[in-house]
Design a binder for this molecule. Structure first.
Ligand SMILES: [Zn+2]
Length: 100
């Protein structure tokens, strides 16, 4: 694989054993399944990304989780836009069409 790092300084923030030890460990521990929860349901798609649950400088295995590409992209784009997303995620209750 190549690319994806252009214009990013993220690589510098990762520890030297990220690709050799930490990342493969987390993916194997999570069985290469996305652990993201969407409305309380685990995504479960094939994961090829490792995400920081909390602080992105916290590389402890318990603070890392496997994510699929879609969830990782969604989460990354959400960071920094939390205020906007909070509004969007509070959906109004739907009226049940069969309720009279
Ligand atoms: Zn996912």
């Amino acid at each position: 694989m190549s690319g994806g790092w252009a214009g990013s300084n993220r690589r510098a923030e990762l520890p030297p054993d990220w690709y050799t030890h930490i990342r493969p460990f987390v993916l194997a521990r999570d069985e290469y399944r996305c652990r993201n929860r969407i409305d309380g349901v685990v995504c479960g798609r094939t994961a090829n990304q490792v995400d920081h649950i909390g602080d992105r400088h916290d590389h402890r295995p318990e603070m890392l989780q496997a994510l699929c590409a879609e969830c990782h992209a969604a989460k990354s784009s959400r960071q920094g836009n939390d205020a906007r997303w909070t509004v969007r995620m509070t959906r109004p209750p739907e009226r049940h069409p069969g309720l009279l």
